[in-house]
Design a protein around this ligand. Structure first.
Ligand code: FAD
Length: 312
């Protein structure tokens, strides 16, 4: 479906929501309620993260199963190699398969939460590409496979050309789509997309959009991901930094502008929201973009997109 929309210059942009695994059973129940509400916004898919080190991993497969088979959401399961012996990888894939899930985001994974450098376990996989190869060998084309990418570099490999070569390896082994690390620098993203295309990477590129809910969280996440904060973001947000409501409002305006530019660039047909298990900020952005109408399971066939995407 993503591939089809990607090839059609007139298609209305679609969107998806990422959720992380809550730590408590009450948190899980709240998440199901939230997913149920967000179902009505008609996301193309939702995805559920995999905890570094496999902690709470059975919760990921449980949530994926409920989202897919009970709530009826097209679901994508993150799966990582961190501390994952093959038997656990096999179990996770079988659970996903049995629940009707057909999408996996295949990742190397963050280092374990206790810190230290990432190391492979004996007999386990070292890179995301090993996992992609394994899934393709075992399940053929049952799963659509997504991979992670970093328009502003990865903490372990800042050289962008090398990272693009590694990304190409993942694509050549059978990845179907790319989801990026969060970013705010649109100009850099567009140049990066052009580089990917010139290197023969032609699958859909999905930008990861991190809504801005408070100034402190905005700064913390940008620092953690080692991404550039464009001057306009800093200028507009710093002066209102102590007023969360204003930050959310101006943050929404900045992100709406950013999403509009992304779609206008022609590289982007789908927006992926890092919801942080909250709904308000993502909804505010989607509403302003006219991609949802609240309380209606309808994506607006809105003309501005068509005009901007198709000059004829
Ligand atoms: P890879 O592509 O395997 O790269 C890992 C490292 O190895 C990089 O430094 C790369 O430069 C290097 N490398 C790759 N190929 C080669 C090669 N052939 N030779 C030598 N070096 C190579 N983490 C989680 O734990 N759980 C999640 O749910 C999760 N979800 C994510 C979702 C998205 C959209 C993104 C962008 C990241 C997510 N992460 C998650 C974080 C991710 O796991 C880390 O950033 C991790 O460090 C890299 O994962 P990767 O899949 O990109 O790995």
């Amino acid at each position: 479906k993503l591939q089809k929309a990607h090839e059609d210059p007139n298609s209305t942009p679609t969107f998806s929501f990422e959720f992380f695994v809550p730590k408590t059973s009450q948190g899980v129940q709240n998440l199901y309620d939230r997913m149920d509400r967000m179902y009505n916004l008609n996301p193309q898919f939702i995805d559920v993260t995999w905890n570094a080190g496999g902690r709470l991993s059975n919760l990921t497969t449980d949530i994926v199963s409920t989202a897919q088979s009970v709530l009826g959401l097209e679901t994508c399961m993150h799966l990582t190699c961190t501390n994952m012996p093959i038997e656990l990888i096999d179990k996770a894939l079988k659970d996903a398969y049995d629940s009707g899930c057909q999408n996996i985001l295949a990742l190397r994974g963050d280092p374990p939460i206790e810190g230290g450098e990432w190391t492979a376990i004996e007999g386990g996989f070292t890179y995301a590409k090993d996992l992609i190869k394994y899934i393709r060998e075992k399940y053929g084309n049952h799963f659509d496979i997504g991979v992670a990418a970093y328009p502003e570099g990865h903490p372990e490999e800042p050289d962008q050309d090398i990272l693009i070569d590694y990304l190409k390896e993942k694509v050549d082994l059978g990845a179907d789509f790319i989801i990026t690390q969060m970013f705010y620098d649109v100009d850099n993203f567009i140049k990066w997309c052009s580089k990917l295309r010139s290197k023969g990477i032609n699958i859909p590129i999905i930008p990861g959009i991190m809504p801005i809910s408070s100034y402190a969280a905005f700064k913390r996440r940008a620092t953690w991901c080692e991404i550039n904060i464009p001057e306009i973001f800093e200028k507009k947000l710093y002066e209102i930094k102590d007023d969360d409501q204003k930050v959310r409002q101006i943050g929404t305006e900045l992100l709406v502008d950013m999403c509009f530019k992304l779609i206008q660039s022609g590289y982007v047909k789908h927006l992926h929201f890092y919801t942080m298990n909250l709904e308000k900020s993502s909804i505010m952005i989607l509403e302003s973009l006219n991609l949802i109408k609240l309380n209606e399971k309808l994506v607006l066939e809105d003309l501005p997109w068509r005009k901007s995407l198709n000059p004829n």
